[in-house]
Structure formats: structure tokens, C-alpha cells
Design a protein around this ligand. Structure first.
Ligand code: NDP
Ligand code: 8X3
Length: 256
């Protein structure tokens, strides 16, 4: 297993769910964490729970959709934090479950701007340094939704299909360098995801996981950590993981 001691890991969307679980597991491995999210207080509160010394954690209030902010944040990282070894492009969301022809434009913009453009901005500003330093790993969080489309999933599924294509494209473009590219694509994980999808309707969000044992954020973080700790010559290209209670994007075993 590759040691990650003192490697610098940038995790977007680290204020909750899968991103926060990644922060925990990578912290335990002795990495130096750069955690980014928009909700500043929430991120600070979470960071405190990690109990890390100041030289092991650096927080960024960052909206990945804001290209100028991403550029200036990455280019103004303090020298001790600028040589990012692992980029975990996790920030992402779904908005709504409307039929495409009845869809909400703002929901579409938000998903496309975050899941596709945000991921691209981070990648574009971080990867050149990895290539220059001859080391690095980009881990994108895709989804089963990038492999299978489900009713009402239309634009969200489109964004995750884009993540799949972008991960494959980046892998091809980095051929000849030691920089690795992985896509970790979960099925149903219980996080704030459904609450965000349904614009804060917690009752509707809870129903998504009713009668099912979903994946936990820690289950997904384990797989991400596995990808990161393979020997340097091994690249895990793509992993799909789902709960035992799920067989496809729509086929779920509910014990109600
Ligand atoms: P959560 O809603 O719990 O976490 C999403 C994280 O993304 C939050 O920390 C949020 O922080 C951050 N985020 C959202 N928009 C932005 C933005 N514009 N800039 C910076 N950070 C942002 O959901 P999950 O943990 O489930 O989601 C993480 C990833 O996993 C997403 O890409 C999602 O698509 C993917 N995924 C989730 C699955 C699930 O079933 N839960 C299954 C498959 C994939 P803040 O609001 O503070 O900015
Ligand atoms: C999140 C999982 O199936 O709700 O990407 O799209 S799903």
C-alpha cells in the first residue's frame, strides 16, 4: 500500500457527505488536507472535529462554479500548500427530478455549472502542477447516474455522463505522465444529496432511503482511499459501487 504521509490532498465539497468522509480517512493516513466548500462556518465546525494541527489542514471557502475564484485560490495557495498531490473532485449536486420538458432552468444551470464546469476548473488549474512535478492523482466522483439514466434524472445524469467522459479524456491526455485518474461512481449513498435535490424537503428526501440499507459516505471514502493507495504504477480507472439493496439506478429492494 502506498504511504500517503504528508501528501497534500485537496477535497472539494468537504463540508458534508462523501467529501467530509474522505477528509476523515485521509487525515487518519497522515496527509495534509485542503478542504473546500461554500458554507464557511459549516466547514470550520467540521474541521474542528478532525482535531488536526495547523500544518495538517488548510480551509478554503470556495464556490467551484466561480472560475476566477478557483484560479486565484489555487494560484495563491501558500507555498507549503501549493504542491497538491491528490485532487478529489467531489463537489456536486442534483436539483429536482422534473421531466426534461418541464425542467427548471436554474436547476439545470446549477448542476451543469457545479458538476461539469466546477470539476473542469479545478482540474485545469491543479493538474498542470502535477504534470510539472511528475506526480499526482485526480479522483473524480461520478455516479451510477453517469452510466444509467432514470426518469427525471435527465440533466443530472447528463452531468455525470460528462464526468465519465471527462475522466476518460483526462486519462488519455495524461498518458506518458505518472499522473493518475480515477472515477469513483456510487449508487445510493445517504448524505444531504436528496435534501439538496428536493430543495430542503426533508420528508421527501427521507423517502429515498426508506426500507433500504444505503451506502454510507464512509463506504465511498474507503473506495476512494483504496484508489489513492495503490502502488504508483497502478491506476484504478473506474469503480461502480452500490448497496446490496440496489441492482441498477432504478431497481431497489425496499423492505417496507
Ligand atoms: P452532499 O450534499 O452531502 O455534499 C455535497 C458537497 O458538495 C457539500 O460539501 C457542498 O458544500 C459541496 N458543494 C456543492 N456545490 C458546491 C459548489 N458550487 N462549490 C463548492 N462546493 C460545493 O452530497 P454527497 O456527499 O452525496 O455528494 C458528493 C458527490 O457525490 C457529488 O458529486 C454527488 O453528485 C456524488 N454522488 C452522490 C451520491 C449519493 O447518492 N449521495 C451517489 C453518487 C454520486 P457547500 O454546500 O458547503 O458548498
Ligand atoms: C446519485 C445517485 O441514483 O440518485 O448520483 O443519481 S442517483
Amino acid at each position: 500500500m502506498l504511504s500517503l504521509e504528508n501528501q497534500i490532498v485537496l477535497i472539494t465539497g468537504a463540508s458534508s457527505g462523501i467529501g467530509a468522509a474522505c477528509a476523515k480517512i485521509f487525515a487518519q493516513a497522515g496527509t495534509k488536507l485542503i478542504l473546500a466548500a461554500r458554507r464557511w462556518e459549516r466547514l470550520q465546525e467540521f474541521a474542528k472535529t478532525l482535531n488536526l494541527p495547523a500544518d495538517k489542514i488548510h480551509l478554503l471557502q470556495l464556490d467551484v462554479c466561480d472560475r476566477i475564484a478557483v484560479e486565484s485560490t489555487i494560484s495563491n495557495l501558500p507555498p507549503a500548500w501549493s504542491k497538491i498531490d491528490i485532487l478529489i473532485n467531489n463537489a456536486g449536486l442534483s436539483r429536482g427530478l422534473d421531466k426534461l420538458h418541464e425542467g427548471d432552468f436554474q436547476d439545470w444551470e446549477e448542476m451543469i455549472d457545479t458538476n461539469i464546469k466546477g470539476l473542469l476548473y479545478l482540474t485545469r488549474y491543479v493538474v498542470p502542477g502535477m504534470v510539472k512535478r511528475n506526480r499526482g492523482h485526480v479522483i473524480n466522483i461520478g455516479s451510477i447516474a453517469g452510466h444509467q439514466t432514470y426518469p427525471g434524472g435527465n440533466v443530472y445524469c447528463g452531468t455525470k455522463a460528462a464526468v465519465k467522459a471527462i475522466s476518460e479524456g483526462l486519462k488519455q491526455d495524461l498518458l506518458g505522465t505518472p499522473v493518475r485518474v480515477s472515477s469513483v461512481d456510487p449508487g445510493m449513498v445517504e448524505t444531504e444529496f436528496s435534501e439538496v435535490r428536493f430543495h430542503g424537503d426533508t420528508e421527501r428526501a427521507k423517502k429515498v432511503y426508506e426500507g433500504v440499507t444505503p451506502l454510507t459516505p464512509d463506504d465511498v471514502a474507503d473506495v476512494i482511499f483504496f484508489c489513492a493507495t495503490r502502488p504508483a504504477h497502478v491506476n484504478i480507472n473506474e469503480v461502480i459501487l452500490m448497496p446490496v439493496d440496489q441492482a441498477s439506478a432504478t431497481l431497489v429492494n425496499r423492505k417496507l
